[in-house]
Design a binder for this molecule. Structure first.
Ligand code: UDP
Ligand code: MG
Length: 308
């Protein structure tokens, strides 16, 4: 039985060796065969240099170097496509996901689950990150109807069946744990210890996180489009009623003194609403445009220790 561990690296150079040492200790003790698929997502800190050194000495360390920075989710996809393990572990490189938890996850999976998610009961991220995450999950549930959990990240164990199914998904949005949840395989969760980030800091800026969240909304839900259509309908209906009232008053001979303020306010308000609606439609149109181009999710520069 072969275990593949997929790890995307981006600005985590200092973590490479400690992570490797801890993975080795844990996995050697368990007695399973394993491969470590390290994806260098064009890390500015040149993480690949350290990974290459490890790969020279240990053939189980495999490097996939991407041409440019494609983002964590695309990097995970790249690693998965190169993996051949019967079970696949996906984890972060920054030591926030503890390698020591992997045997627990695997033992649970072997009880008969296709997916075992690591549940971070006490998430050791900044309070701001936890707040954004909470807001995202609330909003996501509202829009898509899908139940997600802020305590679940990418860390977990996945069977070959799940990974093969995941790899058939060709859409541009690569959010791993969300797409895996969508697949619908039986899953379970186990509590794991989550670590604070000790070396370096999160590479997710507010902007990067927001863009990812918007991608997820658009990928999983067309509720915003339905809401815009509904709001347009409600507005049209109300104005029709008001129009009828004004017409009746006109024919009954009431002189109407229309105020400039109400006129200008309604013009600005409605224009704002229209522009917002066009923006929402534009978001979806942009995604359709991107999908029709059918560009690859990532491009590989070269690999080491991977047989094609
Ligand atoms: N990562 C990546 N590409 C990026 C950003 C991040 O491959 O453009 C990887 C990074 O190496 C790490 C994981 O994604 O293994 C999580 O990154 P980070 O710790 O910055 O995010 P957070 O833990 O704050 O979600
Ligand atoms: Mg992190």
């Amino acid at each position: 039985m072969l275990i593949s561990v997929i790890i995307p690296f981006y600005n985590t150079r200092e973590c490479v060796r400690p992570l490797y040492d801890r993975l080795l200790t844990t996995l050697n003790r368990s007695g399973w065969q394993f491969e470590l698929i390290c994806v260098d997502d064009k890390s500015p800190q040149k993480d690949w240099e350290v990974i290459e050194d490890l790969a020279q000495a240990d053939k189980r360390v495999k490097l996939v170097r991407l041409v440019r920075n494609f983002g964590q989710q695309a990097a995970i996809s790249a690693g998965l496509a190169k993996s051949c393990g019967d079970w696949v572990v996906v984890m972060d490189a920054d030591l926030q996901d503890k390698p020591e938890e992997i045997p627990n996850l695997l033992h649970k999976a072997m009880e008969g689950y296709n997916i075992v998610f690591a549940l971070r009961g006490r998430r050791k991220d900044t309070w701001l990150k936890k707040l954004y995450s909470w807001m995202f999950h609330r909003m996501f549930k509202l829009l898509s109807g899908m139940e997600t959990d802020t305590r679940i990240g990418n860390f977990g164990v996945y069977s070959r069946k799940v990974i093969n199914a995941f790899l058939t998904l060709k859409e541009g949005f690569r959010g791993f744990n969300m797409l895996v949840s969508w697949l619908g395989f039986d899953y379970t969760c186990i509590d794991v210890d989550h670590q604070e980030r000790i070396i370096g800091k999160s590479s997710y800026t507010f902007k990067k996180g927001l863009l990812l969240a918007m991608d997820a909304f658009v990928a999983f839900s067309d509720t915003p489009l339905k809401l815009t259509a509904l709001s347009g309908f409600i507005l049209a209906f109300i104005s029709m009623l008001v129009g009828i009232i004004f017409l009746i008053r006109f024919f009954l001979g009431y002189t109407l003194l229309l105020g400039w303020t109400s006129l200008i306010l309604s013009i600005w308000f409605l224009s704002g609403v229209i522009i917002m609606i066009m923006g929402i439609i534009g978001l979806y149109l942009g995604k359709i445009f991107a999908e029709t181009k059918n560009r690859p999710h990532y491009l590989i520069d070269y690999t080491i220790n991977i047989d094609e």
